[in-house]
Design a protein around this ligand. Structure first.
Ligand SMILES: Cc1cc2nc3c(=O)[nH]c(=O)nc-3n(C[C@H](O)[C@H](O)[C@H](O)COP(=O)(O)O)c2cc1C
Length: 336
């Protein structure tokens, strides 16, 4: 296709530091741990968000929670996402997290899960824009008290439901309150993950704000990312489900935006990346936990590939690296 002649791929300037590019890994609870982030960095992700981290749990000195916040070995940027309701909890969490020297702190205002909503956090905050403002102010205060520039961002949905779309109102309020960046997942809470993300909402938010606006929603291919960039003029995109078992989407999108060409990833490359992913996880979490956690990732890596079912069924019982290796070798022989 040749040169696409667009400037969609670029760095993002924030106070304190520049993000070198604008293709991010979205925060995904249960998925974006250090192992997965490491493999995404290897394949070109410019910045990866942690899983959402409970400010309340951090404040209670919960070491497990602090572990969620650690940087992966090959990550240059540590971008942490917090969830909570009380500004003071978020303030205390940021102060506590300073020992890890994060480069960016994001506030979750989009999680639709009942357990989170019940506490007033996540997407429930869409019903209380003034609470979001209070939290963002507390985040600013924490950064000021730390005495180091740490950019603050907020991740929102389009609204609670289709009768209460308030992304523009909330966007302007958080910008005024001092947020440095905002991400919009343009679905409502009521939609959960169903229906389609609405890139028109994103375009409106981009026009209304002067801080960088990042788009999230339905990014399953480089073409989807191109469409989001061109329909909304967003400053960056965040891959979520489209990166599950598919960390290649970052390098593919970078290439596609540059010259319209698609890098082809063959089955062997896919499976060897899965194995590398497992090696990272073992280094971080030990063999037992890594092998258990890897099962869902293997299901994602093998989705839609020939004999994928064979591998999915055989790793259900794999609990050591050697067992994975053996099944993977068998799978590769089967596919040759
Ligand atoms: C399994 C899963 C876990 C998620 N966890 C989080 C989270 O912890 N914080 C957050 O802000 N969004 C979370 N999300 C939302 C994603 O970041 C993203 O905004 C959403 O999936 C839309 O993008 P997609 O349609 O490309 O998947 C999660 C999504 C999925 C599928």
């Amino acid at each position: 296709m040749g040169d696409m002649n667009n400037d969609f791929y670029h760095s993002i300037q924030l106070p304190g530091f520049d993000i070198p590019g604008n293709l991010f890994l979205a925060p995904m609870a249960g998925w974006t741990d250090k192992g997965f982030r490491s493999i995404c960095v290897d394949h070109g992700a410019d910045m990866c968000f942690s899983e959402m981290i409970s400010a309340v749990a951090l404040d209670r000195n919960n070491d497990k929670t602090l572990e969620l916040a650690q940087k992966a070995d090959n990550e240059k940027i540590l971008a942490l996402q917090l969830f909570g309701y009380e500004p003071k909890d978020i303030y205390n969490a940021i102060i506590r997290l300073e020992l890890l020297r994060p480069d960016m702190i994001d506030l979750n205002c989009g999680c639709p899960v009942t357990k989170v909503i019940k506490t007033g956090a996540g997407a429930a905050l869409a019903k209380q824009p003034s609470q979001i403002v209070a939290i963002v102010k507390a985040m600013r205060e924490a950064v000021r008290d730390i005495g180091r520039e740490i950019p603050i961002s907020v991740k929102i949905r389009s609204g609670w439901d289709h009768n209460s779309l308030n992304y523009l109102e909330i966007g302007k309020m958080v910008e005024d309150a001092g947020a440095d960046m905002i991400t919009l997942h343009s679905r409502t809470r009521s939609m959960g993950y169903s229906g389609n993300a609405n890139y028109q909402h994103l375009a409106e938010l981009v026009s209304a704000l002067s801080i960088p606006v990042i788009g999230s929603g339905d990014l399953f291919s480089p073409e989807d990312a191109l469409r989001m960039f061109s329909e909304s003029s967003c400053d960056g995109v965040m891959f979520a489900r489209g990166a599950e078992g598919n960390p290649f989407i970052f390098e593919q999108t970078k290439q596609f935006l540059a010259n319209g060409e698609k890098i082809d990833i063959n089955i062997e490359e896919k499976i060897l990346s899965a194995l590398k992913h497992l090696e990272y996880s073992i280094k971080y979490y030990g063999e037992e936990k890594a092998c258990r956690e890897m099962r869902k990732h293997i299901c994602a890596y093998t989705k839609g590939i020939t004999n994928g079912n064979f591998l999915r069924q055989s790793v259900v019982r794999a609990s050591t690296y050697d067992e994975y290796r053996e099944k993977i070798d068998e799978f590769l022989r089967l596919n040759n």
